[in-house]
Design a protein around this ligand. Structure first.
Ligand SMILES: [Zn+2]
Length: 345
């Protein structure tokens, strides 16, 4: 007794000595030589409390209703980051109205803030940018900027919506620079809600075709990947297998994880992107969910991606032709991944 199973006392002494030696090299709060690690550690500290100086030196992403302030830098758009003083001209108390987002590669602390709708024109004049609808902005920005807009909108929206504790009904007070709230009644800490969604590009066993689908509500001509909420008790693989079976009546034999993305609309979601390989090709549509599905060749997928390249906005593929979600959507990324992985030549 008193020793790990399979480890004799002599070996246990050696093991203890080893761990004690390792501890000597672990110093708390020592600055790392790695810039990314330092920025993440800085953000971790800020989440427990942002001091006045951080607010004053911060950079502010500005929202007005369901739109965000951007600057045009042809052909791309960029987030227009405002100063503390600039934001203060339009918001009564910037430190109380802001939510903490990130620490940039240059070490700048990023916040998001919402300005009153009646100040919209004045903000555009003084900052020099333009307010672009949230949905459109997610397709115009780089993936890094799009992720920040998605995060900012979700945190600000949650800050307004989550007012009372679901356990005791007590009022919730903002803490952690908008990243969580504390109940004034029972002291419980509440975090912003986030729903995981599995999204899968279905491909044939030889990867020669991709099965794209469209829902009744999709804009005319748009086809995309199969997606659905992860249910309680499911793994991502089980979720994808269920969604593919429910929507097109096929069994996914292999599921490969490709990447993930936070998406703010219509509510805060974590999109988990996969490739799902099916061995059968004859599908049967769930007509309550889907309007149509089609097996597409690499050429058809490439043409559909080209049709939405460089567009401003989410709609308007050529009439009569299939098109797919634009750059910025994870479905677009999955289609590009499928082409470059299996059809690069
Ligand atoms: Zn409570």
């Amino acid at each position: 007794m008193g020793s790990f199973a399979g480890v004799g006392n002599r070996n246990l002494m050696k093991l203890t000595k080893y761990f004690c030696c390792q501890r000597k090299f672990s110093t708390r709060n020592r600055e790392s030589k790695n810039k990314l690690v330092n920025n993440i550690k800085k953000l971790q500290l800020l989440k427990s409390g942002v001091c006045e100086k951080n607010f004053e030196k911060g950079k502010y992403m500005v929202f007005s209703e369901q739109s965000v302030l951007l600057s045009k830098n042809d052909p791309l758009y960029l987030i227009l980051w405002g100063s503390f003083e600039g934001a203060g001209e339009h918001v009564a108390d910037v430190t109380k109205q802001s939510v903490l987002l990130s620490v940039s590669g240059e070490g700048n602390v990023h916040f998001a803030v919402r300005v009153p709708v009646e100040t919209r024109q004045a903000v555009q004049r003084s900052f020099g940018g333009e307010f672009v609808s949230l949905r459109t902005s997610l397709f115009l920005l780089s993936s890094a900027d799009s992720a920040l807009v998605s995060q900012g909108w979700s945190l600000l929206s949650w800050g307004v919506a989550a007012r009372f504790c679901e356990a005791c009904g007590g009022a919730l007070a903002t803490a952690g620079a908008g990243g969580h709230k504390r109940c004034s009644g029972c002291g419980a800490v509440r975090y912003p809600s986030l729903s995981p969604v599995g999204i899968a590009l279905v491909t044939s066993e030889d990867r020669s075709r991709a099965l794209l689908v469209r829902q009744h509500a999709h804009p005319p001509g748009m086809f995309t990947c199969i997606a659905g909420f992860v249910e309680v008790g499911e793994s991502v693989e089980e979720n994808v297998r269920r969604e593919v079976a429910e929507e097109v009546g096929l069994e996914a034999k292999e599921i490969e994880y490709v990447g993930s993305q936070h998406w703010a609309l219509p509510a805060s979601r974590l999109m988990i992107g996969c490739i799902a390989v099916v061995t059968e090709t004859e599908f049967s549509l769930d007509e309550t969910e889907l309007e149509a599905a089609a097996w597409c060749t690499p050429r058809e997928v490439r043409n559909a991606l080209t049709r939405v390249a460089g567009q401003r906005g989410v709609q308007s593929g050529e009439p009569g032709h299939m098109w797919v979600p634009p750059r910025g959507a994870i479905a677009h990324h999955l289609l590009q991944h499928w082409l470059t992985t299996y059809h690069a030549g």
